[in-house]
Design a protein around this ligand. Structure first.
Ligand code: UGA
Length: 437
């Protein structure tokens, strides 16, 4: 299959490289010349484990190329994916569809022969209809079918998620697009993979409903964590207990400082707006959003409490800045709510993150950055674990304690075993574990 991927950002690049790796002929398009030049030179502009190897290998094999020339890429493609950004519209939280609409108009002008246009960007319900309308209006003779094929990639695990997905959702309105897309994904087929063909609108909703449900699961366990703290229980035991019920499942039940990232906060907000627009309010999603924002803001007060009621003049070491491990992404990261609140309280903050410090320094310019977790902890009154990077699990606790002024730890991800930390002489606060009242 000859595939054009419009948009060489996170989703486009991962999808394009993976589709090339399973044997398709893929050209990734972007209007950002610097990005395309870098990719042509084998330099991947984002941090995603394994992506650089995949890009170079497939480019060398001649299955993957990069261009700013949308017209020629589309003209020679059987399938055109739209994987452009859909950021939150300034002010109102609706998804901004201007890139999607302009891609549709450009595709309409360039398409030659039968072309399946596939929406991979996360778009509100009805966008497939709108894209089809735009294409037919710009070029009434275009021979196209429009499909919806949402992505379920997690940052940091995106290549595995693409190549070994739980399910592939394909929303189509005609048999021809269905046959073509079945062929695109045929190389990924294996025993337990479910391919679900749905209507276009159902596929669009499946994407938002999936993210909203996962966000709700996290907000739920975070609220249960607070309840465990008050009532003298342990949220990790509770999560394990409820997760053993196959109807609930064990995943996404890790209590923490609230979810962040480029997807859950943006998509839940856009979903809420959609509900309002269609006059069918999504109240659970609305509450999830509000509860999560509140949670991120509340986290700093745990640090204040661990420091005896005030952080004024105290040195606080922050371990982990990104919204989760294995990414350099700082978007909507809990650290962005916690650190400013600590600074407001008069703290002196020294932070360390294995990948996120460049990004973080643009957003939080007034704190210090250290070259390692131990260096951040030097002279600290309190260490706060904000992101559960694997390297923190193997920290030498004796050296950590020796580096600090006073051995106080607030572990917002339950990385450490409280008993072990106590044995090393730390005053330890985790999430969701309280003494009986
Ligand atoms: C999420 C979804 O998991 C993907 O399926 C989806 O494709 C993607 O959004 C998207 O829409 O593009 P991602 O944002 O990369 O992926 O990150 P997740 O691994 O889902 O984590 C999101 C946030 O939830 C992180 O801040 C993480 O720390 C938090 N989280 C996750 C918890 O606090 N507890 C958990 O149990 C799980």
């Amino acid at each position: 299959m000859r595939i054009a991927m419009i948009g060489s950002g996170y989703v486009g690049l991962v999808s394009g490289a993976c589709l090339a790796d399973v044997g398709h002929d893929v050209v990734c398009v972007d209007f950002d010349e610097a990005k395309i030049e870098a990719l042509q030179a084998g330099v991947v502009p984002i941090f995603e484990p394994g992506l650089d190897i995949l890009v170079v290998r497939n480019a060398e094999a001649g299955r993957l190329s990069f261009t700013t020339d949308l017209s020629s890429a589309v003209a020679s493609a059987d399938v055109v994916f739209i994987a452009v950004g859909t950021p939150s519209q300034q002010g109102d939280g609706h998804a901004d569809l201007s890139y999607v609409h302009s891609a549709a108009a450009s595709i309409a002008e360039a398409a030659k022969g039968f072309t399946v246009v596939v929406l991979k960007s996360t778009v509100p319900v009805g966008t497939g209809d709108e894209v089809e309308r735009i294409i037919r209006q710009v070029n009434p003779r275009a021979e196209i079918a429009v499909a919806s094929n949402p992505e379920f990639l997690r940052e940091g695990a995106a290549i595995n998620d693409f190549k070994r997905p739980d399910r592939i959702v394909i929303g189509v309105e005609d048999d021809w697009a269905r046959t073509v897309l079945a062929q695109v994904y045929r190389p990924l087929r294996r025993d337990r993979l479910q391919v679900q063909f749905t209507s276009r609108r159902s596929a669009e909703i499946i994407k938002y409903a999936s993210n909203a449900f996962l966000a709700m699961k996290i907000a739920f366990i975070n609220e249960i964590a607070d309840f465990c703290e008050t009532t003298g229980a342990d949220v990790q035991e509770v999560a394990r207990g409820i997760g053993m019920d196959a109807r609930i499942g064990p995943k996404f039940l890790h209590a923490g400082p609230g979810y962040g990232g480029s997807c859950f906060p943006k998509d839940t907000l856009a979903f809420v707006r959609m509900g309002q627009d269609f006059g069918s309010p999504l109240r659970l999603v609305e509450t999830t959003l509000a509860v999560n924002e509140q949670r991120k803001r509340n986290m700093a007060s745990r640090v204040v409490a661990a420091c005896g009621g005030s952080v004024r003049g105290r040195r606080i070491a922050i371990l982990g800045l990104t919204f989760k491990p294995n990414t350099d992404d700082m978007r909507a990261a809990p650290a962005l709510a916690i650190i400013p609140a600590l600074l407001d309280g008069g703290a002196i903050v020294n932070a360390y993150d294995p990948q996120g410090m460049h990004e973080a320094s643009l957003l939080l310019p007034s704190i210090d950055y250290a070259e390692s977790a131990l260096a951040a902890a030097e002279g600290a009154d309190c260490v706060v674990v904000v992101t559960e990077w694997a390297e923190f699990r193997s920290l030498d606790l004796r050296s950590l304690k020796a580096a600090m002024k006073s051995p106080v730890m607030v572990d917002l991800r339950n990385v450490f075993d409280p008993a072990k930390l106590a044995a090393y002489g730390f005053a330890y606060t985790g999430i969701g574990c309280g003494a009986a009242p």
